[in-house]
Design a protein around this ligand. Structure first.
Ligand code: GAL
Length: 824
């Protein structure tokens, strides 16, 4: 697994770093440079100096997000999570480099730091980068002290009101130290495309950028080796002359016989090993991964992968990992994607910024398609301190770097140059779009560009939308038809859809279509919509089905995220940009999955539409004390033909999907309030009697799925369920343990909010806790939390030791419960 790889690379690199004989030119793998940093918050104008006294600074390892440490406070903007994202922060790292590396090219690569980063080595500024979502590499060579201590100092200065969501703060992605021979493959130095593919053969075209940092021209041999799971498939050897002191681009063509295609069903990956030889000595080796696949976009026939139509069952995703914050964690990202896949998702839009490399690796491996998005703002800002402040100076570099970093990923199918860019409404807005579009095509002519438009008539009128290849409309189910009528050749999809809101396990009666909840939650009957542009998922399902020229949709959003607590907060944002009207509400309600990864009912509504393995879901819970005999609306979601509802064994009849229509209140301005007729939800109104609520789904008259909810008695126990009972001991791998408050029979107590305490013993530690309540101010970093709608999630990690983590959950008045997780 990836985490093990990092650890072993680190060990190998450390050995090589300190034990090579002099003039050894064995290529060194990039050294993971995450361990052993010092950190302090605050304005420290001299902290870049080598002799600065940092003895009382906090020791930590990267990636690190200082904002997630909290505390939540209403002095911080709820729109950015109600957490301390802004302010200054410093990181320092002391290190030594063996004098034998004196003649080498030594650089430091950050995968991302939030933000306004300045990097100093031994007191000298080596580089700066304002954008928080982009990777960057700086040359350290001239400033290295080979005889003693080196100090790398990193100053960050994220500003208040700089984002429309939680950005995190700190060096929140991995850092690598690179010790290269003077001739080596440059950063993101391979660009691999497969321009010709048949069943018999695929042509692999590689553009390799080689850095020659020496004063003279040098002749080298470039050996390119394609491997399939470590077995060599094909090799090419080229002798080239590299110009002194420059980057040299070398083109190589290889052929793979009977190529295994990369597909959403079978995401086959190949590896390219690039070796650089000077005479008999290999001076660099560089690894890339790629896929063989074709993509095509048609105005009438949708998106085609390898010649077959694939409709986007997509979600937009912000980058935070809930209680873990913005600090990148491979396993937490992988779990998010696993949950999305279980819902039926096949595509991700990285709204609204370049994602972590981990996300793209995972999407490559899992067969998820990706829209890689660069910006939420161009020259016109949406918040007082947004990217627009640096757009003119940095957009080209940032966009080129995003594409250079990501263009070998087969999962990436489009470059998005922006989301709801305000230039849509400006006469000259098209010029910026054209410039960005040209940059994308210059860096990569194999993928189309796109953007998400919310003012589509304006962006068509001013020709901005015409500058890009594939047009995404945000929240315009009625707009597709209008756009298509006016522009039949336009390739269209829903870049953002629905924006329905809800809270896991919360149900308000009667169902009114209004926001009736008084405790900052939203009912999971999923008929109430947050912002004025929102509409229930059903509308997009119908619209996509009725307009087969559409490529599909990207629902807002796959996971709840920190910040943007719509439909709460935000009403005074015209005055000061703060969204604290409804404090403590501070996180999203938009997603079918909550902040800790627990599914809401809407997860199953999407699953019923996007998956084929038989499933049925029933809502609400069945604990309506005081409402005995009253009618309770019961909904079932299924991908089967029919569902029969039973209460305490008594049948309330079968309903047929597609035939029995349910009316749900809907607020979207495109249709009359209160009467959207959906064929995706089956509804019964049944008198409440405690006991059992059961749905049975049938296809062709056969039972294919069942689900039963029981009325819970008094809370008496805790239940612990881990997503993985064995994890890597490395401290990076995670186990997510769901704790449920249950009665003596193990039935979930649906409104339980008991405080649960965790004792973590043995070979592990707390990574975070959370409960998915977007209005909870509880810390993510202590071993206790209240259950929300009966549940919470504890995240644990290993401590480097192979063994066992023992977790005891306890809560006043309830039986203790124990679970053990192996660390390997
Ligand atoms: C869109 C925007 C997203 C998010 C969403 C909430 O207009 O692009 O970033 O704010 O609304 O509904």
């Amino acid at each position: 697994m990836y985490t093990t790889k990092i650890l072993s690379l680190f060990i190998i690199a450390s050995l090589l770093l300190f034990s090579c004989s002099s003039q050894d030119i064995t290529p060194l793998p990039d050294q993971n440079f995450n361990l052993g940093w010092l950190f302090a918050k605050g304005d420290k104008p001299t902290a870049m100096q080598i002799n600065y006294d940092d003895t009382d600074w906090r020791k930590l390892n990267l990636p690190h997000d200082w904002a997630i440490e909290g505390p939540f406070d209403s002095q911080y903007n709820a729109r950015t999570g109600g957490l301390p994202v802004h302010g200054k922060g410093w990181y320092r790292k002391h290190f030594k480099i063996d004098p034998q590396h004196k003649w080498k090219y030594i650089s430091i690569a950050f995968e991302g730091a939030m933000n306004n980063t300045k990097v100093y080595l031994n007191g000298e500024l080596v580089g700066e980068r304002p954008f928080g979502y982009i990777g960057f590499e700086f040359d350290l060579t001239p400033h290295i002290n080979f005889e003693g201590d080196n100090v790398l100092a990193v100053a960050l200065a994220p500003e208040d009101l700089a984002s429309r969501w939680y950005s995190g703060a700190g060096i929140y992605r991995d850092v690598h130290l690179k010790i290269n021979n003077p001739i080596h493959v440059a950063q993101w130095g391979t660009f691999i495309t497969t321009p010709e593919i048949t069943n018999q053969e695929a042509k692999v075209h590689v553009q390799t950028t080689l850095k020659n940092t020496t004063e003279g021209n040098e002749t080298i041999n470039l050996v390119s080796i394609v491997k399939d799971e470590n077995v060599v498939v094909t090799t090419e050897n080229k002798e080239v002359n590299l110009k002194a002191n420059s980057d040299n681009v070398v083109v190589t063509d290889l052929r793979i016989a009977a190529p295994k295609l990369w597909d959403v069903e079978a995401p086959n990956l190949y590896q390219l090993e690039t070796q650089v030889w000077q005479g008999d000595t290999m001076v660099d080796v560089y690894h890339s991964s790629f896929g063989v696949r074709t993509i095509a976009f048609h105005a009438q026939n949708g998106f085609q992968l390898n010649g077959k139509r694939v409709d986007f069952k997509g979600v937009c995703m912000h980058h935070d990992l809930g209680p873990l914050g913005a600090a990148v964690n491979y396993r937490a990202t992988e779990r998010q994607m696993e949950i999305m896949k279980a819902m039926g998702v096949n595509a991700i839009r990285t709204s609204h910024n370049p994602p972590s490399s981990a996300l793209l690796e995972i999407c490559d491996r899992m067969g998820l398609l990706v829209i890689d998005e660069a910006f939420d703002e161009w020259q016109i800002g949406k918040v007082p301190n947004g990217y627009n402040k640096v757009f003119d100076q940095w957009h080209e570099r940032d966009l080129r770097d995003m594409i250079k970093r990501d263009r070998n990923h087969p999962s990436v199918i489009m470059w998005s140059i922006g989301n709801e860019i305000l230039e849509q409404g400006r006469k000259e807005g098209w010029k910026v779009a054209k410039m960005l579009n040209d940059i994308c095509h210059d860096e990569d002519n194999t993928r189309p560009t796109t953007a998400g438009f919310n003012y589509y008539p304006a962006s068509f009128d001013n020709q901005l939308a015409m500058q890009i290849d594939v047009v995404g409309l945000n929240y315009k189910p009625n707009g597709y038809i209008d756009a298509k009528t006016k522009h039949p050749d336009m390739i269209l999809y829903g870049s953002e859809t629905s924006s329905q809101t809800s809270s896991r396990g919360v149900y308000d009666l009667p169902i009114t279509g209004e926001l009736t909840n008084t405790d900052l939650q939203v009912s999971s009957y999923d008929v109430i919509n947050g912002p004025p542009w929102a509409y229930p998922p059903d509308v997009e399902f119908d619209t996509q089905a009725a307009n087969p020229y559409l490529l599909g949709e990207f629902m807002w959003t796959g996971f709840d995220y920190l910040g943007e607590p719509t439909p709460y907060g935000g009403r005074d944002n015209s005055t000061n940009g703060y969204w604290n009207d409804d404090w403590p509400s501070h996180a999203s309600y938009f997603a079918p999955v909550d902040l800790v990864g627990l599914p809401k009912d809407r997860f199953y509504l999407y699953q019923s539409q996007w998956t084929t393995a038989p499933m049925v879901h029933v809502l609400p819970h069945w604990n309506w004390e005081g409402k005995e005999g009253q009618q309770i609306p019961v909904f079932a979601y299924t991908n089967a033909e029919e569902v029969e509802l039973f209460v305490n064994g008594k049948s309330y009849g079968k309903k047929r999907k597609g035939v029995d229509i349910t009316k749900i209140p809907a607020e979207y301005k495109g249709f009359p309030k209160g009467d959207y007729e959906t064929k995706y939800r089956l509804r019964w109104d049944v008198p409440y009697t405690p006991g059992s609520l059961k749905v049975v789904a049938y296809t062709n008259g056969n039972v294919v799925a069942e689900k039963e909810i029981k009325t819970a008695a008094k809370a008496s126990n805790l239940k612990l369920e881990a997503d993985r009972n064995a994890i890597n001991a490395d401290g990076l791998d995670l186990s997510f343990i769901t704790v449920s408050v249950v009665d003596a029979n193990g039935t979930l107590v649906p409104k339980a909010n008991n405080l649960v305490q965790f004792r973590i013993e043995g070979d592990g530690a707390l990574a975070a806790v959370g409960n998915g309540d977007s209005a909870s101010l509880e810390s993510f970093q202590v071993p206790f939390i209240k259950a929300f709608s009966g549940k919470a999630v504890l995240i644990v990690k290993g401590n480097g030791q192979v063994g066992e983590i023992k977790i005891t959950a306890s809560s006043q008045g309830l039986e203790d419960e124990i679970i053990t997780i192996k660390t390997e």
